[in-house]
Structure formats: C-alpha cells, structure tokens
Design a protein. Structure first.
Length: 419
C-alpha cells in the first residue's frame, strides 16, 4: 500500500502539473581517491563532496516550470532527469566507499542537498530528494531525516520514517544525543500525524522488539518513550476509525502490536491511560464495523469488494486490540475474535462481546473491572463512515478469501469474515 501511495504521489504530480526545463550543465563528480578515504577528509575533499551535492540539488530545483499534458515529451524528459539525479546520488554513496567519506557525505547531504530540495514548492522535487536521501545509510544523515519527518508532503514523511528504520540500530547503538534526536522526531510525528499509512510506518519504527546489537539497558530506557508515542498516535486515531478510514484501521493493528513490547514495566497511570485509549478504539471500531457489515449485503460489484476489505481491516484491528488488552489485564479469553470468525458472522454478537470487554454507558466492562478504577465506558463518536460509491462489477477480479486460520494472529488487512 505504501509503495502504491508513493507511486501515485509522484506520478500524479508529474502528469498533472510540473514539467521542468533543466539547466544544461555537466554534473559534478567526486573522484575515486576521495570516495576511498577512511579517516577525516581534508578541506579540498570536503569541497569536492559539497560541490557534488549542491550540483545535484541544483539539477532538481533549477529551471522553469510549465504546465503540459501528459503526452508532452517534456514529461518523459523530466522523469529521466529525476532518475538521473537519483542514480548519480546512489552511485556516489556505496557500501564499499571509505568510512570517513561516507560520514562526511551524510553530513554534507543535509545542508547542501536536503535543505534546498525539501523546501522546494514542487512536491516532485521533494519526493525525489527524499528517495535519494533514504539510500544514505549513515547515522549522520539523521538531521536530513528530521527535515523529512517535518515535511508537509505525506510521501516525504513516509520516506523519512522508512529511512530511520534502515539506520535505527546504528543510531540506537551510538550516542545518547543521537538516540534522543531520533526519539524526539518520532514523538513529534505521533503527536500530529493524520495519515494511517504514515502512522503504521511510525509504529514500525518504534517497534523495538526486533532490534539487535543494542544493549538491554538502552532499550529499557527507550521503551517508555516509544510507548508514549504509540499511545498518542492511537489516541488521535479514534475519529478516523469512526469515520471508516481503512488505512487508519491497519495502522491501529500495527500500533497495538508495537505497544505490546513495552508493557512489562508500565506504570499504573500509563496502564490505565493505554487501556482507555484501546477501549475507545475498540468501541468505535466495533460500531463502524457493524454499520459496514449491515450495509454490505446491499453492495454490488467493486463497491462490495471495497467494503469487504474495510470490514476485514476493522476486524483485524479489533482482534489485535482484544489480544493486547488481554495481555495487559491478564484475560486469556478472546470472545471478540471468536465472534468475528464465526460463519455466518453476527454483528450483534460481535457488539455484545465488545461491550462485555469495554463496557457501555450503564456498566463498565471487563477491562474496567480488572484494571481498577479509571477505565470509563467509551464514548461513540457521532460521525460515521463514508461508504464507497457504487461501482460496476468487475468479473475479472477474484474475490479475496474471507477467513484466517484460528491459530494465526491477524495481520494488517488480514482477510476475515465480512458478514
């Protein structure tokens, strides 16, 4: 899904608006001896790297922009120019280059390439620069990644998170300053992000369960901060979940799984707050799931296919929420998951199981009773889902499977009974 989103972002922008006439100049190059430097670069070598990166930035940002139809040959030329800059950047940074050269290259890339390109008014320039920067697998590239995380362009933020995932272990095993910088950047994303695709990638970046070559002491220090970032992201997802945002439902599945890694040392207040957020998500997801399921029987063609996918995404989120809430409150039973897997599925039974867990306006649920005071029955938001518009049937598109093995934990977007 993320790759599709990125392709659409680049493709639509190029096709609809921007065709650039590039300045015709020979690109700067970096000499082989400079690339081989293992220690510190001298001033002449640093100037060589700086000049190359400024040249790449100029090739992306210079020239005049004009509107043209997709059939215009200039569109193809622009694509070739974008690809040429990315390829030149990739060729200038290779794993077999000298360690000192790669460190300075990453440092210079922030000032001489990221700064001018990521602030360009042209999203094509921004995304092209972001893709080029993600290939620089050095902790020193972190300042450029922070610029990407703060970008107003969704695809740039997404690329920034993927780049942080690629260098995460190197950053976490380096200095306290580098670790703090990365965590502060990720926390800022969790505080304001509205895209389900970006949030799911954020939760992947914050998942420390699979991190190797980092001391247990460092991971213990980082897990509470990761938990705060995920909890804040999940909290802000409730309105989108109620509106029927399937991508946000997938992100909730990912975020809920991520937070499970950090609950061993959770404080009572944090535990209560996290359970409240998950209860709010569960109830609003269940109400939306019920509304979608009831409408599904009247849908036809591609509209039905789309709605089935939405129902499956919501079911996967609810199953994961129940599983992690059960881990927190020591409740091994999973009646919500069992009711979702029943054939035929009964939305009413699903709702009864959800109400038993999270409570209703008149009575607290199991989570509230077992977790102690502080868990309030969730409030269902009023704004419901926007249903997909009717579309003609597509006989060439096979239906997705509608069940998952009972023993398998649900994955984001996993196929489940659609009702």
């Amino acid at each position: 899904m993320s790759n599709r989103l990125l392709a659409i972002t680049i493709g639509l922008t190029i096709t609809m608006a921007s065709v650039c006439t590039w300045a015709q100049e020979a690109p700067a190059v970096i000499s082989a001896p400079t690339k081989a430097v293992a220690g510190e670069l001298n001033e002449a070598q640093k100037a060589e790297v700086d000049t190359f990166l400024r040249s790449c930035a100029h090739r992306l940002t210079a020239g005049t922009t004009a509107s043209a139809p997709a059939s215009n040959p200039a569109v193809d030329k622009r694509r070739k120019d974008l690809t040429a800059v990315r390829n030149d950047m990739a060729a200038s940074y290779a794993v077999d280059n000298g360690a000192g050269y790669k460190r300075y290259y990453a440092q210079s890339a922030d000032t001489n390439f990221a700064a001018p390109c990521l602030t360009s008014p042209d999203p094509v320039v921004q995304v092209t620069a972001a893709i080029a920067l993600t290939r620089i697998r050095q902790p020193e590239i972190a300042p450029a990644l922070d610029r990407m995380l703060a970008s107003p362009t969704l695809a740039v933020r997404y690329q920034g998170l993927k780049a942080y995932i690629a260098i995460r272990e190197a950053v976490l095993s380096s200095s306290n300053e580098a670790r703090d910088r990365m965590m502060n950047g990720l926390l800022a994303v969790g505080d304001k992000e509205t895209s389900g695709v970006v949030l799911a990638t954020l939760y992947e970046a914050l998942d420390l369960s699979g991190v190797a070559n980092v001391s247990d002491q460092v991971l213990r220090q980082l897990r509470p901060r990761a938990r705060v970032a995920v909890t804040n992201g999940l909290r802000r997802s409730v309105p989108a979940i109620r509106r029927g945002d399937a991508e946000m439902a997938q992100s909730v599945t990912r975020g809920t799984r991520t937070v499970l890694d950090s609950i061993a040392d959770i404080s009572k207040n944090e535990r209560t707050d996290l359970l409240q957020v998950m209860a709010d998500l569960m109830k609003n997801a269940a109400v939306t799931h019920q509304e979608l399921s009831r409408t599904l029987s009247d849908a036809r063609g591609l509209q039905r296919d789309k709605m089935e996918e939405m129902v499956q995404d919501y079911a996967a989120a609810m199953i994961e929420l129940e599983r992690v809430m059960g881990q927190i409150i020591n409740r091994p039973e999973t009646p919500v998951a069992e009711s979702l897997r029943q054939k035929p599925q009964s939305p009413e039974k699903v709702m009864l199981a959800v109400n038993d867990l999270v409570g209703t306006a008149g009575e607290g649920g199991t989570a509230g009773k077992l977790a102690g005071e502080g868990i309030h029955p969730p409030v269902v938001l009023s704004e419901g889902p926007t249903l997909p518009k009717p579309l003609p049937a597509n006989p060439l598109q096979p239906r997705k499977p509608t069940s998952v093995p009972a023993s398998s934990p649900a994955q984001p977007g996993a196929a489940l009974p659609g009702g």
